[in-house]
Structures are given as C-alpha cells and as structure tokens.
Design a protein around this ligand. Structure first.
Ligand SMILES: *[C@@H]1O[C@H](CO)[C@@H](O)[C@H](O)[C@H]1NC(C)=O
Ligand SMILES: *[C@@H]1O[C@H](CO)[C@@H](O)[C@H](O)[C@H]1NC(C)=O
Length: 475
C-alpha cells in the first residue's frame, strides 16, 4: 500500500508544471483515488489540520498538508464520505467523530458509500455502514407474487412482463389504467329493459365475437404508459360495433389518439378520463381511423396531451366531415365515424351475454388490483397472493375494457367455472394474446357493475359510399 501511495506522489510531481495544471491533476486524483482510510491507511493520532493552522470553507484544492507520502485535505468538501481528508478533519474542523467509510459488495464488485443501483423498481444506495439500503416500494412485477400465484390453485397463471419490469405498483396504476369512475348521475343511468324469453333466448355455453364476426373484431392495442383506457376501450367497442352493423362494408379501427388529443373537455388525456365523455364526443364530433390519426404514446411526460390535429364540421342530418387532412400524411381516408348515444345494460350476466351475441362487444368498467398486471392465462380472480406483504403491496385503480364473449370450464368435481372473454389495451404480448378471461356472474372486480353498448351511426348511403370507395381503391 505504501508503494502505491509513493507512486501516486511521484505521478503528482511529474504531471504538470503550471499551477492550473497542478490543481487540475489534484482534482482528478481526488475524485478518482479511493479514500485514504479504505484499507486502513488512516493515522488516527495525526494533527494535520491543526498543524496547518485551520480548516478551509467550501472546496479549496490548495488547502492541503503533507500526509504520509502524499497530501491530505482540510476543506469543507471533506464533509462527505468520499475523500482523502486529513484524519483530524472531522474532530478538529467539525468537532464530530470521523465517519466510517463503508464498502458494499454486489456481484463480487466493491462499491463505496453513496453509490447506487436499481433493483427492479427500487433504488439501492451503499450506506455508511457498508450495507445496501434499498427503497421499499411495491413493484409492478413482484417475483414473490408471481411465484405465489403459480404455486397456488387460483385457476390462472402469472408471468413476469419485461415491459412492466422496473415500474412500481403505483406507477402501474397511475400510467396503465386511466378510466375515472363515472359520476353518481351517470352511475344512476337507467339500464335498458331486456325481455328475455327463456325458450327462444337460449344462450350457448361458449361464445366469441371474433368467431361469429370474423374480420370485424379488432385486435387489442397497447396504451403504453398513458392512462387513457377511457379512450382505448371506447374506440375499440365503437370500431367493432360499426364493423358488425355495416356488415363489413366498413371495418374502421377508430383512433384512440383522436379522442385523447381532441376530447379534452373535462378529460385528462393520458392522465385519465371518463367513458361517458368519450361517447359524447363520438356521437357529437366523431373520430377518424387509427391509420389516419395514429397513436403516439408519450415518451417522457406521461401526462402530456398532444395538440388536437383533427376537427369535424356538420354537413347536415347529423353527419360530419373532417376539416383537416390526416395527421398521417400517407393516409387520405379522413372519414369521420360517429356513434349513437350509448346505453347501459343491466348487471345480469345473461342480459350482457344476449347483448354481446346479438349486437357485438360491450364496454365494461373494472377495478384492477395488483395481481392483474402479472396475469398470463386462465380465468382471473383477484387473489390473496399479496396478503402476506405490507399494505403498500395492495392497491387498485379503475380501468375499462371490452368484453367480447364468454365460456365455461369444467372442474374435476363436475362444477364449472364461468368466465368472460375480454380485450385489454396492454398489447398482444400481455395475457392471452392481449385478451384475458375473468370469472363471470359474480361481479369479479366489479366488471358487471357498469356495462355499456352503443350503435355506430350508419346509413344506407354510408354503406353504398364506403363500398364504392373500397371498389375504386382496388381498380
Ligand atoms: C456536514 O454534512 C452534514 C450532512 O450532509 C450536514 O448536515 C452538516 O451541516 C455539514 N456540516 C457543515 C459544517 O457543513
Ligand atoms: C423479470 O424480467 C426482468 C426483465 O425482463 C428480468 O430482469 C428479471 O430478472 C425477471 N425476473 C424474474 C423473477 O424472472
């Protein structure tokens, strides 16, 4: 060790003649050299600063005294645990005990006090005691919870998603959901009366919209870190309904971005919004397709709402026309699509099923709990997998999704597990190809509490025009 210090001292003498250069070289040395006390070089009985005659305020690279074969510092910059300070600096200059400079270990490497690394969603700092001190946030991907779900007999399996890894549970709830609970007035909206005839309204054990209406049910999109499920679920249900109702003459995938950027009245864009507001906008203003107005997930600022780049004007009889070209300049189809007023279904699963089978997918509000983010496949039910952990590991937020079908699975004991098939908006690599199944008939996560249907606004003229467009494009 002495040899090493000697080398350092020789280097100091050799490098640079001018004062400026000397300061620079000292400064460099000071930042790169390991602290003198690491490895036991400290001389506990020296009175270096005292002999020097004082302690310098701030950082002063000339505030040094010879120390063993090198120099040590007596400036206030030493009031950190990184330095090559004189051993009596703390006692003489500050009147305190010298700190212990810790080294922490990780993967066989040494780290000094103050250095950090990220462990999943938590920042870990090397503490003065030589131990890593980590934040204690609940993460979105908790290995313990994934394991507990997969070991338990919950009827569904969990996975570790790389796109969620490193986020905290609070961030997941803040950025991946984004539907506000409807107001009391909206929640009190009348349910439509459905007179079901038990004979003629026989419902099959399994039903999937994608099989009844091939090519008309749109694939799940990915909202990214933008809390706009209000716009995604509304646009998805409206897209499917227009495609079904027009018998495939139009199969638009409506633009969530159009809603996020333009339906801004009492809406929060990527910071959450209301589905009743989204339906109002679809009815009164209308939106273009996803190809025309593509989705741009926010990169740095999740709450940012892009400028609205599409407006419509009335052309009579309640119809509207775009006043701008598509934001995507390669697309010329800026047709505006509108809906009729939405209607609320009862919470009875049979009525919801009949509605889906007759008219297509519906929109539902649901409460998303911590374990839903790790869902991989099976029939989801909220579990107690996080109940052995502190309370911050349990949290939930409101989301909205699109229910497209149902089914049941037989258990070994002859009973059956009934489920809904629903599309989420977390991309196709989440869940069962972007879809999930969830327990049906027991209001799991409140999924049967507030269910909405709507019609597309389609006239015979639309059918003809779109058909015409379609043909002309292919000539
Ligand atoms: C030394 O550092 C500690 C912790 O950062 C601070 O609380 C204290 O005020 C500092 N002392 C002086 C004299 O600057
Ligand atoms: C989960 O995924 C992340 C990133 O893809 C990876 O770094 C981590 O080790 C994985 N955790 C487990 C428990 O598999």
């Amino acid at each position: 060790m002495k040899l090493l210090l000697l080398t350092a001292a020789v280097l100091l003498l050799v490098v640079g003649e001018g004062a400026a250069e000397r300061v620079l070289s000292r400064r460099t040395k000071r930042e790169l050299a390991s602290p003198l006390h690491v490895g036991g070089i400290r001389d506990p009985f020296g009175s270096y600063c005292q002999r020097r005659g004082g302690c310098c305020p701030g950082r002063d690279d000339l505030c040094t005294v010879p120390y063993l074969d090198t120099i040590c510092y007596c400036d206030l910059f030493c009031n950190r645990t990184v330095s090559d300070c004189c051993p009596d600096f703390w006692g003489h200059c500050l009147g305190v005990q010298p700190p212990f400079i810790g080294t922490c270990e990780r993967n066989g490497n040494k780290f000094f006090t103050g250095q950090t690394y990220k462990e999943n969603c938590n920042l870990c700092t090397c503490g003065t005691t030589g131990r890593w001190e980590c934040e204690q946030n609940a993460c979105l991907m908790e290995p313990d919870i994934i394991q507990a779900v997969n070991r338990g007999n919950y009827g569904w399996r969990a996975a570790n998603y790389s796109q969620f890894y490193g986020m905290s549970l609070d961030e997941g709830i803040r950025f991946r959901l984004g539907t506000q609970r409807p107001s009391r007035t909206i929640m009190n909206m009348n349910e439509i009366q459905m007179n079901m005839d038990p004979q003629s309204d026989r419902l099959p054990l399994y039903f999937n919209s994608a099989e009844k209406w091939p090519g008309k049910i749109h694939e799940p999109l990915d909202q990214g870190n933008c809390a706009a499920s209000w716009a995604f679920s509304t646009a998805a249900v409206a897209s499917d309904r227009i495609s079904i109702q027009s018998m495939g003459h139009m199969t638009p995938q409506l633009s969530p971005q159009n809603l996020i950027s333009c339906d801004t009245r009492n809406q929060g864009g990527c910071a959450g919004g209301r589905i009743d507001g989204a339906w109002w906008y679809l009815r009164r203003r209308g939106v273009v397709t996803e190809e025309c107005y593509p989705y741009r997930p926010p990169q740095q600022t999740p709450a940012e709402v892009g400028r609205c780049m599409m407006q419509s004007r009335s052309i009579g009889r309640g119809k509207r026309q775009a006043t701008q070209r598509c934001p995507n300049t390669h697309n010329y189809q800026n047709d505006i699509y509108q809906s009729t007023p939405p209607y609320r279904l009862s919470s009875n699963d049979k009525e919801i099923m009949k509605e889906i089978m007759d008219n297509g997918p519906v929109q539902a509000i649901m409460e998303v709990h911590e374990d839903f983010f790790v869902y991989k496949n099976g029939i989801y039910k909220h579990t107690d997998a996080s109940f052995t952990k502190p309370p911050q590991y349990r949290n939930h937020g409101t989301h909205s999704v699109r229910i497209t079908g149902w089914g049941e699975e037989r258990n070994f004991d002859g009973t059956s597990k009934k489920y809904w098939i629903a599309a989420n908006s977390w991309g196709k690599n989440w869940g069962e190809n972007g879809y999930f199944r969830i327990a049906r008939g027991e209001n799991e996560c409140e999924i049967e509490t507030f269910v909405i249907g709507a019609w597309g606004r389609i006239t015979m003229e639309d059918m003809h025009n779109h058909h015409h467009h379609h043909r002309r494009r292919h000539i």
